[in-house]
Structures are given as C-alpha cells and as structure tokens.
Design a binder for this molecule. Structure first.
Ligand code: NAP
Length: 349
C-alpha cells in the first residue's frame, strides 16, 4: 500500500520537533506532502526539512484541503482555530488530525463534537497520552487490585522559565480556558480517565502563580467518578519553586493498589501490591516500561493511519467525544474555583 499523503497546517514547534520526525519514522505509511503556515517563510523552511516540493507550500488552508493528492490534514494551530478547521475538513470530506485540547472553550468543543459526529469523515484529537506505553501496562494489571475505591492523581513540578512553549504568544495571552491547565491538563485527564473512569463532579481551587502563564496555572481538587462510588484527588501544576518532578497516579482497590509513575519520563514504571489487608499483602510487583520517547505520538499516528485507511472513524481513540470530557473537567475546575470550591458537575457534550 502506498503511504498516506499528509498536509500540515501550522508548522510551529510541535510540527517540527515531534510530528515531522514521527511521520518520517514510517516512510511506508506516511509522506509529508504539503504545508501551510500563517508566516509563509516558516512553512518554506519546514518544507525543506520535510522534502516537500515548493509548489506544495500553500498560501492558504483552503488550498491544502483542495489538493486531491492529500489524504489527510494534520493541524497544529493555536486551539481557538480547531473548530473552524474541522468545519473545513468536513466540507472538503478530508480526514483531519488536530492537536489538543479539542478547542478553546466548551462552547466550541461541543460544536466540534456535533459537527464531527454528523459526518463519517474521521476527526481525531491528538491527545497522545492516550497511547502511553505505561497506560497499556497498567491496564494489564488493574484487575488484580479488585474494585477501585479511590485514587490520587498528582502532576507537579518546578516552573521552567526556559520552557520553549512559554515563549509562544498565544500561550502567554491565552484565548483557551485555563491556559497551561488545559494545555497539559487534558493529557493528565486522558491518563486518569482511561484508568479510573470519567469524572462526574469536581470541587477545585485554582490559582495563578506565574505571570508568564497568562492565567491560573495550578489546581488542587477532589473528584467523584461517574456511575460508581469511586472518589479521588487530582492535582496539577508546574509553576512551583524548586521541587522534584512528580507525576503519578495511585489507584487504591479493595484487593490492593496500583501505581503508575511517570516522574522519570524516560523510565516510567507500574507498581502493584496485591492483598486485601496488610496481613495478606504480597510483595511489590514492579513493571518497568520501555518507551519510544514520543509520549505516544508514534502509536497515535499508527492509529490514525488505520482509521483513515479503513475509512472507519470509530477506530481512533482520541475521538471528539472522549477528548471533550478532558476539557470539560478543566472547565469544571475553573468554575468550581470561581465558586470557592463548591462542587460542580462536569458538562456533557
Ligand atoms: N500533544 C502535545 O504534547 C503537544 C505539545 C506541544 C504543542 N501541542 C499542540 O500543537 C499545536 C501547536 O503548538 P506549538 O507549540 O507548536 O505552537 P507554535 O509553535 O506557536 O505553532 C503554532 C502555529 O500556528 C500558527 N498560527 C498562530 N496564530 C495563527 C493564526 N491566527 N492563524 C493561523 N495560524 C496561526 C503559527 O504561525 P506563525 O509562524 O505565523 O506564528 C505557528 O506556526 C497546539 O495546538 C498545541 O496545543 C501539543
């Protein structure tokens, strides 16, 4: 089978540093074949790296959609443009992969879900954490700990002033709700919800610690899980002073506990303890996880390849409906915090 031709829209940091090398890792499946960017010179530079011919560096997004050789579009724009580009994709009947979060706010996200679900055209939200190798490992063992009772999700770290993403103007003046809370928080939600289920209600307090974040950048919350008695805490923020990077999900069951620890992202690990009481506890099982260093992006691309090749939008894990929930939880955190931590129900699409 010949490779799928990809049209890139938005040739910024993530396009160059992550998407391009991941496509190039599978030359039998993908050919990066066209590009468009607001600042054309950046698209031209990207084209040189990608081996895209000059006549396929387009001035407008519409030209990418009109190009009959392009099998799907990969859009990496500030997220407030996601809804508009999905509408263009559906009108052109061209599959589209979009970078997360699904949209800048819940109104746009809800419309995006409904527009995407009204058509058979595959629309994928690139929440690559849904494909983390450590998640797959955790799924193998989660059954051992019996019914889940509670969990603690924690992703905290020191502020990194040299973070390359901090320098992008659309992040400094965010039009998307929650700024960095939604930017990275939807990844955390993807991981947590995949293992413990979707959140039903949240009671949260958020704060802005760093001026550079543009808006609130830490959240501490307690939550309940849909259709269950499961309760948990969810803490997120990398705006603190010097501290260790601590990224983990600990799940407590009636017959043991499971820890997913991503603090060292090159060496994630799953740890399991089985037993209904301290007296019957077995020794700790430790499962180190090998990663390909792309935080799930390569696996995500293979999933989108299959989705487009088989023309079956249901094959893609990061559907608009699944990823709506992750943004809806961030929206609920902000809403709850505005109400001084009162419980808020997470909205449905
Ligand atoms: N999955 C992940 O882990 C991950 C990591 C990083 C980023 N991302 C996502 O990737 C996307 C891009 O992020 P990035 O970090 O690569 O940012 P970036 O470097 O700022 O790239 C954004 C691109 O969009 C273009 N753009 C900006 N404003 C525009 C406008 N008004 N109209 C049309 N194009 C516009 C920019 O063009 P100019 O050259 O003209 O500025 C730039 O090339 C975002 O959706 C982000 O959430 C995901």
């Amino acid at each position: 089978m010949s490779p799928l031709n990809v049209g890139i829209v938005g040739t910024g940091i993530f396009a160059k540093d992550m998407h391009l090398p991941c496509y190039q890792a599978y030359p039998d499946r993908f050919r990066v074949a066209a590009a468009n960017n607001r600042t054309k010179s950046k698209a031209e530079n990207f084209a040189k790296l990608a081996g895209i011919p000059e006549n396929k560096v387009y001035d407008t997004v519409d030209e990418v959609f009109q190009d009959k050789d392009i099998d799907f579009v990969d859009a990496m724009l500030p997220v407030q443009y996601n809804l508009d580009i999905v509408k263009k994709a559906i009108a052109a009947k061209k599959p589209i992969l979009l970078e997360k979060p699904i949209a800048a706010n819940l109104k746009q996200a809800r419309e995006l879900v409904h527009v995407a679900e009204s058509s058979d055209v595959p629309v994928g939200i690139a929440e690559n954490w849904l494909y983390l190798e450590v998640l797959e490992e955790a799924h193998k063992h989660i059954g051992k700990i019996g019914p889940i009772l509670a969990f603690t999700h924690n992703s905290t770290g020191p502020f990194v002033s040299s973070n390359k993403y901090l320098a992008t103007t659309w992040r400094q003046n965010p039009e998307h709700i929650g700024g960095f809370l939604s930017d990275g928080g939807v990844h955390q939600m993807g991981l947590a919800a995949s293992l413990v289920g979707e959140f039903e209600t949240v009671s949260a307090l958020t704060r802005q610690v760093r001026e550079q974040s543009g808006t609130d950048d830490i959240v501490f919350s307690t939550v309940s899980i849909k259709n269950s008695d499961v309760i948990g805490t969810f803490t997120y923020g990398s705006a603190f002073g010097a501290t260790d990077k601590s990224v983990y999900l600990k799940i407590y069951g009636r017959n043991g506990s499971l820890l997913v620890d991503l603090s060292d992202k090159a060496h994630p690990v799953v740890k399991v303890r089985v037993g209904g009481t301290q007296e019957t506890a077995g020794s700790e099982e430790v499962y180190p996880v090998k990663t390909d260093g792309t935080a799930g992006v390569k696996a995500e691309f293979l999933n989108f390849h299959e989705t487009v090749s088989k023309k079956d939008k249901h094959l893609f894990k990061g559907s608009p409906r699944v990823t709506f929930h992750h943004l809806a939880v961030i929206a609920a955190f902000l809403d709850s915090s505005a109400k001084k931590g009162s419980p808020v129900k997470v909205e449905e699409p």
